[in-house]
Write a protein that binds this ligand. Structure first.
Ligand code: FEO
Length: 408
């Protein structure tokens, strides 16, 4: 019978030893209202192997979790799939305990670990570097490695446990979701919903690389019973479901929907935004209204990924676009969503400027402007609002004609 201290076993001798960060609300700027996890895994074989570590504030918890299974000083291999600090910053604490262990990583991973931890003794660690297809026997089992360059850092790799058919996918296929459950079938639709938000905010810029990665998985012809990412729940019910969702997202599949994104100083731009939404709704097409100071941008970016067209509105302040619009455009630039159409709108008092500035930015990101910006002075008249409704109808028509699939 299991006791309260029993670790979670994915397969015989393969354990989850990660931690749940219930209070995580911001992951390097990406809002995470549902918290997150840092997953690490332990394989007990002739060579005891730890796959990834956790954020350093949880190093003691990781060591305690390992200690429930085996003396942590007995670890022989530590696989570092990715150097970003949410997975590597407990490595110095681990390597102090098992000083003879070997760190397995890519050449880029090794260089990144030196960049982060040279002053924490990294130069004293044993390293073995691997590339795609490299294999290491750990006793009854074999690890195989797959480099996943730019998914989402240059050093990323994944580890495949051949005998158990488990793919330790690191960031790919993750979700930021703190839950007492560890498997996708235990959390229902939350898993795929959070995976989509995660994809949009972390992986959207790398769609073509994702498609090549999926091709590589097919070429390697490795059966996968379980995908164990480094964040969120483990995909055991149907690993194909999340792989197919990644293919859809990476292919830029969109549904008929219009986003209206805005900020407002004295309500004029908001009146315009609401009238545009009315026009969209009149057609029966789905509309989402996002005030940039009242909504999570991480969710907005997920909606952006799904939609072919959006409207972006700003008041002019100090001859410039409103500061939240500038921040949002910077966030969007890094994610460079592809194949989007947009229109810009806004209000001004004595001198405009915001709409032109926004249009210049969107053109730089290769967003196609479907018509000239619509701007009004001071307060929109009833005619202006009618023009906004008509604009909403045109946006809806574009959403219908440009959308190319049903997601999920
Ligand atoms: Fe979960 Fe790229 O770190």
């Amino acid at each position: 019978m299991n006791t309260i201290n029993d670790p979670l076993e994915l397969a015989e001798g393969v354990y989850w030893v990660g931690v749940i960060d219930w209070n995580l609300r911001d992951f390097h700027g990406y809002e995470t209202p549902r918290g997150g996890t840092y997953n690490a895994y332990l394989i007990v074989d002739e060579k005891v192997t730890l796959i990834d570590t956790v954020k350093d504030q949880f190093a003691d918890e990781l060591i305690e979790n390992i200690g429930r299974i085996i003396d942590p000083s007995k670890i022989d291999y530590v696989v570092s799939n990715h150097v970003e600090r949410d997975h590597s910053s407990s490595l110095p604490a681990i390597m102090k305990i098992c000083q003879n262990a070997t760190v397995i990583t890519t050449e880029r991973g090794k260089s990144g670990l030196f960049g982060y931890y040279e002053e924490e003794g990294c130069g004293e660690w044993n390293f073995e570097t691997v590339t795609t297809g490299s294999e290491i026997c750990i006793g009854k089992r074999t690890l195989m490695f797959i480099e996943t360059v730019m998914l989402h850092w240059p050093d990323n790799m994944q580890t495949y446990l051949k005998e158990e058919k488990i793919l330790f996918s690191n960031d790919a296929f993750g979700q930021h979701l703190a839950t007492s459950h560890r498997f996708d079938d235990e959390v229902g639709p939350d898993a795929i919903e959070e995976a989509e938000i995660y994809y949009a905010n972390i992986l959207m810029p790398f769609g073509s690389r994702i498609l090549k990665y999926v091709e590589l998985l097919h070429k390697l012809d490795i059966p996968i019973d379980m995908i164990a990412p480094s964040h969120g729940v483990i995909w055991r019910s149907s690993p194909d479901k999340i792989i197919n969702a990644y293919i859809n997202w990476a292919s830029g599949k969109t549904i008929p929907k219009v986003l209206v994104i805005y900020d407002s100083m004295w309500g004029s731009t908001e009146l315009m935004a609401r009238a545009i939404v009315e026009g969209v709704r009149f057609t029966g097409v789905e509309a989402h209204l996002f005030h940039l100071r009242k909504n999570d941008w991480s969710l907005l970016v997920k909606e952006m990924m799904e939609t072919p067209v959006f409207a972006l509105g700003s008041p002019t302040m100090h001859n410039s676009m409103f500061y939240t619009i500038g921040g949002f455009l910077t966030y969007l630039k890094g994610l460079h969503p592809k194949g989007k159409k947009a229109v810009v709108f806004g209000s001004y008092g004595w001198g405009g400027g915001a709409t032109k500035q926004i249009e210049e930015n969107l053109e730089k990101f290769k967003v196609e402007l479907m018509e000239d910006a619509f701007q009004i002075k001071f307060r929109p008249t009833s005619d202006d609002l009618q023009a906004c409704r008509e604009l909403g109808i045109r946006l809806a028509e574009i959403a219908k004609s440009e959308s190319n699939d049903t997601l999920n």
